[in-house]
Design a protein around this ligand. Structure first.
Ligand code: NAD
Ligand code: FES
Length: 296
């Protein structure tokens, strides 16, 4: 069992957990992730490691409520426990002195981009971070990124904070202004990573994306996370999750990630229905108890 030392929402639907996981904390490197299971029959889900503290023996993860399991996870609180947390998994980010590195974080993908941005900075790079979110409340880790970046650019889709637009608008501006860019790391929704790849391909800028296909065992055995890279099958859990963006077949990734969408939606609807029923039952019990007290 893995104890939750601290749990807090950092944006609507996005929660940060600090977990007691000393072995993972000692080994974790930027770019890696964990696979966790909340209870025995529960599904296994890959989750971004945002940070680790080897001295305290803790890792922090950031989870966005999307399907049943992430909703269930985000209902847990400080002091609760998670059945298993396996990791660190995947190859770490390739960190060296490239020159100027642009780190692009889209939505909750920013949590995975942050440790890499910090590592690029420690390695002596000039780091420009671009963060995009749908709206002001969903911008995460802005302060943390400012501390490890030479410049931070923020966009919101609705213009409720910083500049209205997508992360790719900022990247395009940098390219058009003639900023020398030696490497781009982009982590976020698939549409964003694909758009970044298309932009940098034309400019011949080396670009890395972190892929998030469906994962089950995380050991290269089940084949769940198969992705097509340069027309060859690779497994994101052991060969990635980071790949050369210009070699990724994004169509296959979109298609495979959508395979279980109907089942996922049904499972989420069932979970939400049963949670609503439990809440209603509790409220009925509470009002009966109050009525009984009133009778005495
Ligand atoms: P989102 O849909 O709110 O998008 C975040 C940002 O991406 C937007 O604000 C915008 O700047 C950019 N973006 C979106 N569509 C774009 C487009 N067509 N062109 C250019 N830029 C675009 O993101 P979200 O709701 O936070 O979802 C995050 C997604 O990231 C989830 O799908 C999750 O699975 C994924 N994720 C990926 C990783 C990873 O390793 N790649 C890690 C965590 C989460
Ligand atoms: Fe099973 Fe990668 S998750 S092969």
């Amino acid at each position: 069992m893995f104890k939750i030392i601290h749990a807090q929402f950092i944006a609507p639907g996005i929660k940060r957990f600090v977990l007691e996981a000393p072995r993972i904390a000692r080994k974790q490197k930027p770019g890696q992730f964990v696979i966790l299971r909340i209870y025995e029959e529960g599904e296994r889900i890959p989750v971004t490691i945002e940070n680790s503290d080897p001295e305290r023996g803790t890792i922090s993860i950031v989870v966005q409520s999307a399907g049943k399991t992430t909703h269930l996870l985000n209902s847990l609180n400080t002091g609760d426990q998670i059945l298993d947390v396996v990791g660190p998994l995947g190859k770490p980010s390739e960190i060296e002195k490239f020159g100027t590195v642009v780190v692009v974080g889209g939505g909750v993908g920013t949590a995975m981009a942050y440790p890499s941005a910090a590592a690029f900075k420690r390695a002596g790079n000039r780091v420009i971070s671009i963060v995009g979110a749908r709206t002001k409340e969903l911008v995460i880790l802005e302060q943390e990124l400012r501390e490890v970046s030479d410049a931070v650019m923020i966009t919101t889709d609705d213009g409720s904070y910083a500049d209205k637009g997508f992360v790719t608008d900022k990247l395009r501006q940098l390219i058009q202004n003639g900023t020398r860019i030696d490497l781009v790391l982009a982590i976020g929704p698939i549409v964003m990573m694909r758009a970044v790849a298309e932009l940098t391909r034309k400019e011949n800028i080396r670009t890395v994306v972190s892929l998030n296909p469906i994962m089950i065992d995380g050991t290269g055995m089940c084949g769940g996370c198969r992705v097509l890279i340069d027309n060859k099958s690779e497994f994101a859990c052991v060969d990635g999750p980071e790949f050369d963006a210009h070699k990724v077949n994004f169509d296959v990734l979109v298609q495979r990630n959508g395979m279980y969408r109907d089942a996922e939606q049904r499972s989420l609807a069932d979970y939400q229905r049963s949670t609503a029923e439990k809440t209603a039952a509790h409220e009925t019990e509470d009002s009966c108890a109050i009525a009984h007290r009133g009778e005495r």
